[in-house]
Design a protein around this ligand. Structure first.
Ligand code: FAD
Length: 509
């Protein structure tokens, strides 16, 4: 019997590693996995270094670890079963669709067997979610979130929510002002293990993370900053609670030029790898709220993201795959503009956001939603193309979490949980950021040279998707604004939208 640990289940505290302390552990490091997409080198360093650090930690604790470095998963398994014929493996059930079936097939083909047990890196089990979802028509996040508050007891005062409200989102939309001055996020210096991985990634994958077909590398593998050990991940949690959490709530939706982290936690890579458990993260944040005078809107806003959204998208994904990955209810069919890969554009918001992704594999939530996805939505990018780009470029990307966020939340691909598209003109970006003041495009203009591309694309989006969207009761107001435009104005808007698309497609926006 051997415990198989996958690259996103690196926890000592939970699952079969914790429950079977006397069994050996198997980790498989497959190079071919890293070649499936033009991955950002920081993603590759993150995953491979975290796996090797996990191996070393276990060995230091006296555990036997079989660590297979191989060209493919199959080759790694073949080697393992050659050394341990007929071995019986046990692993947490992977969150990504089909992964368990594929593993099962490979392992059986090599004469072994595998038992999948519950994935303990989440807070809500499949059974609990399925019972909650029951016969409900569609999935509503707010209802699920309340269910999770009651289930976990987090921020509950008996049967009532602490503070009297379930959700303080209306206090979490401050526009960025003079008092926005986020501290520098912590950067974790690569130790010897990480340095070796950086060297290996540079030698092995150089060029593979170019943005095909346009060229233009993501970043260099260095400087690499993300936590890859449990110790550094815990430090990152402390740093968030001490330095950024108090203003996380109010400025959750704000964007400031050149402030890539704002007051966000920057914990998704560590949580998604298993280095931090969502329960300990949430409990530390609640404790900060109780002891360290952190406002309730910051604490609640954060807790909602982790026990609400994160668990919610995981289970919607589980239930709605494989359709979700290919969903495209608006029939969007444009190619992703080259600026996503090259970062070359005069649009300040897109430039800064893509720049952050290129440099470190990260952009914060509102940049992902209201800049990267919003532009893709209005432009009509085919959802699978944007999804692929997000997967390749982000350090925290895993199929179970990226796909529902990009295809559904960002691009309104299926309507399975989004009740309307997150579409907005330059107005939103101007209100919630300082980008427009630094941009050569005019956020106040819709047509004509120099008009912000978001504006014409926004009206053109509403116009061309009218058959699908007008009947949506949450879109009534915006369609009443569209109705105020006469045919002549609409024709000029369409013309400008076409021009914007030509410029974007030729990399000249
Ligand atoms: P914070 O803003 O500080 O939030 C705290 C935590 O809440 C995050 O660490 C994360 O664990 C959780 N969280 C918040 N929102 C979500 C959400 N919508 N879905 C899942 N977890 C959430 N998250 C990923 O982990 N991987 C992805 O590949 C990913 N792709 C995204 C793509 C798009 C288009 C959008 C709109 C969102 C995406 N998200 C993804 C969700 C969210 O943007 C990131 O989790 C968050 O930005 C990570 O940074 P942070 O740790 O600083 O988060």
């Amino acid at each position: 019997m051997t415990v198989l640990v996958l690259g996103d289940g690196l926890t000592h505290e939970r699952g079969p590693v914790a429950r079977r302390p006397d069994e050996p552990v198997l980790l498989l490091e497959a190079e071919s996995f890293a070649r499936k997409l033009p991955y950002h080198p920081h993603k590759l360093v993150l995953v491979f270094s975290a796996m090797r650090q996990f191996r070393d930690d276990l060995r230091e604790q006296g555990r036997t670890v079989h660590y297979q470095q191989a060209e493919s998963f199959e080759e790694g398994l073949a080697r393992h079963f050659a050394a341990h014929p007929g071995d019986e493996l046990v692993a947490m059930r992977p969150a990504s669709a089909n992964a368990a079936d594929r593993l099962d097939d490979l392992i059986t083909a090599h004469g072994g067997s595998i038992e999948f047990v519950e994935n303990e890196t989440f807070l809500c089990s499949p059974d609990e979610f399925d019972q909650w979802a029951g016969e409900r028509d569609g999935y509503r996040h707010e209802e699920f979130y309340r269910f999770m508050r009651r289930k976990t007891g987090y921020l509950m005062d008996g049967d009532e929510p602490v503070g009297g409200e379930w959700n303080y989102d209306d206090q979490n939309r401050e526009t960025p002002g003079e008092d926005v001055d986020p501290p520098d996020p912590p950067a974790y210096r690569p130790d010897e293990t990480t340095a070796r991985v950086i060297e290996w990634v540079t030698e092995t994958f150089e060029g593979s993370y170019d943005g095909p077909p346009y060229g233009g590398d993501w970043a260099d593998p260095e400087p690499f900053r993300w936590p890859v050990t449990r110790e550094d991940a815990l430090d990152a949690l402390e740093s968030f609670c001490e330095d950024r959490l108090p203003k996380f709530g109010p400025y959750q939706d704000a964007m400031v030029d050149d402030e890539w982290g704002m007051y966000h936690a920057l914990l998704s890579p560590a949580i998604n790898l298993g280095l931090l458990h969502p329960a300990e993260v949430v409990e530390r944040v609640i404790e900060a709220g109780e002891r360290e005078d952190v406002p309730l809107n910051s604490v609640e806003g954060f807790v909602r993201q982790v026990i609400g959204w994160r668990e919610f998208v995981r289970h919607v994904y589980r239930r709605e795959m494989p359709e979700l990955a290919g969903a495209n209810q608006l029939d969007a069919d444009e190619d992703l503009p080259p600026a996503y890969w090259t970062g070359e554009t005069d649009m300040r918001c897109l430039d800064d956001t893509v720049g952050s992704v290129r440099e470190r594999g990260y952009a914060h939530h509102i940049q992902r939603l209201m800049v990267l996805s919003n532009f893709g939505l209005l432009y009509g990018v085919e959802p699978t193309q944007l999804n692929r780009w997000f997967h390749a470029g982000f350090v925290d990307a895993f199929h179970w979490v990226t796909t529902p966020n990009v295809v559904e939340m960002g691009l309104f691909g299926s309507g399975v949980f989004a009740t309307k598209p997150y579409a907005s003109s330059a107005n939103y970006i101007n209100r919630m950021s300082d980008y427009c003041g630094n941009c050569p495009y005019y956020h106040t203009r819709t047509t004509g040279e120099g008009a912000c591309p978001f504006n014409a694309l926004y009206w053109d989006f509403l116009d061309r998707n009218e058959d699908d969207l007008r009947s949506n009761h949450r879109m009534g107001l915006v369609y009443s604004h569209l109705d105020n435009k006469d045919e002549e104005e609409l024709a000029t808007i369409r013309e400008r939208a076409t021009k914007v698309k030509e410029l974007a497609a030729s990399g000249k926006l």
